[in-house]
Design a protein around this ligand. Structure first.
Ligand code: STX
Length: 339
């Protein structure tokens, strides 16, 4: 019953691919002055009349990049990517004043209003999933759907895991990270790093930032990835990532304890997909499992052979598939969602 290949060549429907979309350039970009201090970089790619999707990067402080444009069908989506306060191309880089979760949520609302968008699909991994949940719970009526990856709720136990627990899986990377700090300060790595990272002298803050970025990069993939480590320990990326993470972790992300799970019913009706790597070291699957149990309405996809990064092969594939599946859903929901 196998059809003849010859006859199939012209008649078979185009097979849906789950690969990343080709490289694209923004059709528009700029900086939004969200306060006298902060300018937030934003860009728009894809179809200006398409269904809006906003991409939330990780960290906090990791910044976005050209690869993040490629999860979304550019014919269907109007892709909005921005660097959160103090991260990536936003200025000043690594600035922690006026930098809190509620302010990031306000920035998203300003961007949405500036672009005349009524509702958008929200896509975020890791810290991006944290911010996506916080945003959606504050503004559920603005969300067409949610695609979340490598779930991070930033609860004290998760921060403790990131700073100490990961030693069980990545002891070599952890030793390099921890032993940068003198033994007598090692019982509070967050405080020791925070102190150094916020020091005004680059000779003090830059080495600390490189160690922090290298540690996080080393623990982000299932298989060793020197490119990932090099990227996250390179000076500008490391400084934004390390400073802003240390700032947010020191303040328990500026939200009441457990508020993301406590308020989950506010968004239970929003169509959502959760993608989680079984062997995610940075954001262990127990957190995604907690979220899934609190929110059984959301589709939950565990990738059995993946770590943390969005570009782990199995994760990347599921994210593209999720964004592709939302095309049908959102066509009906928002045929001309943008102005
Ligand atoms: N940080 C969680 C987070 O958002 C504790 C994150 N973890 N790794 C990353 O982001 C990068 C791979 C983007 C560095």
């Amino acid at each position: 019953m196998i059809p003849e290949k010859k006859g199939m060549e012209h008649s078979s429907p185009k097979l849906e691919s789950d690969a990343l979309y080709p490289k694209i350039e923004p059709y528009e970009y700029g900086w939004l002055e969200v306060s006298p201090l902060h300018k937030v970089y934003w860009e728009q790619c894809g179809n200006p009349n398409g269904v809006p999707v906003v991409f939330l990067h990780g960290g906090p402080g990791a910044g976005a990049g050209p690869m993040h444009r490629r999860f979304f069908d550019p014919d269907h989506y109007r892709i909005i990517i921005f660097d959160q306060r103090g991260a990536g191309r936003s200025r000043p880089l690594g600035e922690i004043r006026e930098n809190t979760t509620p302010l990031l949520i306000e920035d998203m609302e300003r961007l949405r209003e500036q672009f005349g968008i009524e509702r958008w699909l929200v896509f975020g991994g890791s810290w991006g999933s944290t911010l996506a949940l916080a945003y959606a719970e504050a503004h559920p009526q603005r969300c067409l759907g949610l695609i979340l990856r490598g779930i991070f709720l930033c609860r004290p136990a998760e921060i403790e895991w990131f700073l100490y627990g990961l030693k069980a899986i990545f002891p070599e990377a952890w030793r390099t990270f921890a032993h940068y700090i003198p033994a007598e300060e090692r019982s509070n790595l967050l405080r020791a790093y925070h102190e150094r990272l916020m020091h005004p002298d680059p000779a003090v803050h830059m080495p600390a930032a490189r160690y922090w970025g290298s540690y996080e990069g080393s623990c982000s993939t299932l298989l060793p990835s020197p490119d990932t480590v090099a990227h996250f320990s390179s000076d500008p990326v490391a400084l934004g990532l390390a400073r802003i993470e240390a700032h947010y972790f020191t303040h328990d992300i500026f939200l009441p304890p457990n508020s993301l799970l406590d308020n989950i019913r506010r968004i239970a009706h929003i169509p959502a997909v959760i993608v989680q790597g079984r062997y995610d070291g940075v954001c262990p699957i127990i957190t995604a499992d907690d979220l899934h149990r609190a929110w059984p309405e959301a589709e939950y996809i565990v990738v059995p052979d993946a770590g943390h990064s969005a570009f782990e092969p199995g994760i990347q594939k599921e994210l593209v598939r999720a964004a592709n599946r939302f095309r049908q859903k959102l066509q009906a929901a928002a045929p001309l969602a943008s102005t």
